[in-house]
Write a protein that binds this ligand. Structure first.
Ligand code: 4AD
Ligand code: MG
Length: 443
């Protein structure tokens, strides 16, 4: 017989034929004359039905969840009411559990150790096993699809993919979150963002993007901060600030469209986030100064417990309250110079402000940070000075402003935050394979 994968949503040509399947015992139900096994292989699930002599065997009498098994039998269509995944059933006539394939069972069974109420840090220690669960694997399937959709969207919009270095000697987003290490006797850092490198690619390759890891030595535990995260970054040449916002909105919506066009992935999203709706376009656009006013009108206080004043950072809690009330994506723009990065140019109409944008999503808050970039040499040097940064290690960045500079801008999107929003997960930790955050570097 042919070996088949348990493809979800497949129109089974295999029905009515004898097939061979491999997988793990996801669930098993033993009755007097029949044993039902729900088999899982990472592509889907299949109900396998064992009867007669087969269920009298030692292997089936002692069968534990997660055991690997090779099964043979004929595939039958069953009515929707029969609770069989994909309305199909394998009538098993032969099976093998090879040496080494058995799961421990008993107290060692992962399902005995893990329940809904299990402490999060235990779940994280057991991440290599909890990955096998329905929610964890669904989120990872969606993640795979979303990452692919970003690549497709950037292809469609004519951006080229590059792969900047992760080991660097310059900072992008401030010294406080730099991971420093010894690089052959010199100080070096894990990159916080590939932005500066992407900027150097514009004259060579036109518009570019990358999907790489970024690293932040975040010294607090929040549900949206990781020490290592996947950063989707793009940089566009000869644009205006308004072009940047339009592009960003297009990319985010197109990625959702591509992701949801796959009925299997759409099914996972529906299960994880039943209320999900495509965001309304255009996204709400709100200036920082209006946000400050809005927060005060809604009695949402700053971190010191006082009303918000111009120049205040909008902290995570306030930001989330705002997005939850407004309940749609927001482009928050024109932040004050003091609270934003050195490379951001001033707004032409108000020199207290920058041409910057954060995209905020309900339930998560900021998922994208972007801006235009200072492209005039003298202005950039003044910004280094204002920030107290030594421009020397940035010679390759400042040189860009000497050899044919151009108005350009870009952004970085946190993939795990995007997924936390799309899959309605409480924390970004559940949106990556093996999360890294303060105090955790294992498994
Ligand atoms: O706002 P950030 O710091 O902006 C930059 O790094 C720019 N240089 C990007 C660019 O313009 N190319 O980070 C961008 C996004 C945030 O909006 C957030 O989604 C994500 O990266 N992010 C994190 N995600 C998880 N854990 C962390 N510690 C994160 N820090 C930032
Ligand atoms: Mg930011």
């Amino acid at each position: 017989p042919e070996k088949i994968k348990l493809r979800k949503g497949a129109d089974d040509q295999e029905r009515g034929t004898r097939v061979k399947v491999f997988g793990r015992v996801h669930r098993e139900r033993k009755q007097k004359d029949v044993v039902f096994i729900t088999l899982r292989d990472g592509y889907g699930f299949m109900q396998c039905v064992l009867t007669g002599q087969l269920i009298k065997t030692y292997d089936i009498l002692t069968l534990a969840r997660e055991t690997s098994i090779e099964l043979y039998g004929e595939l039958y269509e069953v009515p929707p009411g029969a609770h069989a995944p994909e309305n199909r059933e394998l009538h098993v006539d032969y099976f093998v559990i090879h040496e080494g394939w058995k799961a421990a069972g008993g107290d060692e069974a992962i399902t005995n150790r893990i329940s809904k109420d299990t402490d999060h840090s235990i779940l994280m220690d057991m991440r290599h096993l909890t990955l096998r669960g329905d929610v964890a694997s669904s989120v990872l399937f969606v993640r795979d699809a979303v990452e692919f959709a970003f690549h497709q969207t950037y292809r469609e919009t004519k951006l080229r993919k590059v792969s900047p270095p992760a080991l660097v000697q310059t900072q992008v987003e401030g010294g406080a979150t730099l991971f420093k290490f010894d690089y052959y006797g010199q100080d070096a850092f894990l990159t916080q963002s590939s932005q500066l490198y992407l900027e150097t690619c514009l004259p060579s390759m036109g518009d570019v993007y990358c999907i790489e890891k970024s690293f932040r030595a975040e010294k607090s535990l929040t549900r949206r901060h990781l020490s290592e995260y996947t950063h989707v970054e793009a940089e566009l040449d000869f644009i205006t600030f308004s072009d940047l916002l339009d592009h960003l909105e297009h990319v985010m919506c197109r990625v959702l469209e591509i992701t949801l066009a796959d009925p299997i992935i759409a099914g996972y999203i529906k299960e994880l986030n039943p209320e999900f709706k495509m965001p309304e376009r255009p996204f709400k656009r709100m200036k920082y100064t209006d946000a400050i006013e809005w927060l005060n009108e809604h009695d949402i206080l700053n971190e010191e417990g006082k009303p918000h004043a111009f120049g205040d950072d909008i902290a995570e809690a306030a930001e989330r309250k705002m997005t939850d009330i407004i309940n749609r994506p927001i482009f928050l723009t024109h932040f004050p110079v003091e609270i934003k990065a050195f490379y951001m140019p001033k707004d032409k109409d108000d020199s207290r402000l920058t041409e910057s944008v954060d995209c905020l999503m309900p339930g998560v808050g900021e998922i994208v940070g972007g801006s235009m970039r200072i492209y005039k040499y003298d202005e950039l040097m003044a910004a280094f000075k204002r920030e107290g940064l030594d421009p020397a290690p940035y010679y390759w960045y400042t040189d860009q402003r000497k050899y044919g500079s151009s108005p350009h801008g870009g952004y970085g999107l946190g993939l795990e935050r995007f997924l936390a929003w799309l899959c309605k997960q409480h924390t970004v930790r559940d949106c990556c394979l093996y999360p890294r955050y303060m105090g955790r570097c294992t498994p």
